[in-house]
Design a binder for this molecule. Structure first.
Ligand code: TYC
Length: 102
């Protein structure tokens, strides 16, 4: 049989790398002006949350200052951020949405 033992440091070095793509947290930030109902609508519309889920996350942002609203690939995260920022701007609300590598 093949020798599967040996130097574990060598095993690590020669292990075939299955590179997973990095994931990005998309976050909503609190502000004093965006209406609560607008934030709930954003979470329903762009993050496919139920009304109850969306309301809960909105309140978390309101109380804690920010919350992660989803985790996505870089491309999807960027699309979500752009969609939310464009939608907020069109409605003249200062709502901020950002992404950060997990
Ligand atoms: N703080 C806002 C208010 O009192 C509500 C709000 C919640 C705004 C979440 C932004 O991401 C946000 N109207």
């Amino acid at each position: 049989d093949e020798d599967e033992g040996g130097d574990p440091s060598l095993a690590l070095k020669t292990r075939p790398k299955t590179k997973r793509p990095p994931l990005y947290k998309v976050m909503l930030l609190n502000d004093d002006y965006t209406p609560m109902e607008f934030v709930v609508h954003v979470l329903e519309r762009f993050f496919h949350m139920s009304h109850a889920q969306a309301f809960e996350i909105m309140l978390t942002v309101h109380k804690k200052g920010l919350a992660v609203v989803g985790v996505f690939s870089h491309e999807i995260a960027e699309t979500k951020v752009t969609q939310v920022m464009d939608f907020a701007r069109r409605h003249q609300h200062p709502l901020q949405c950002t992404m950060e590598k997990e």
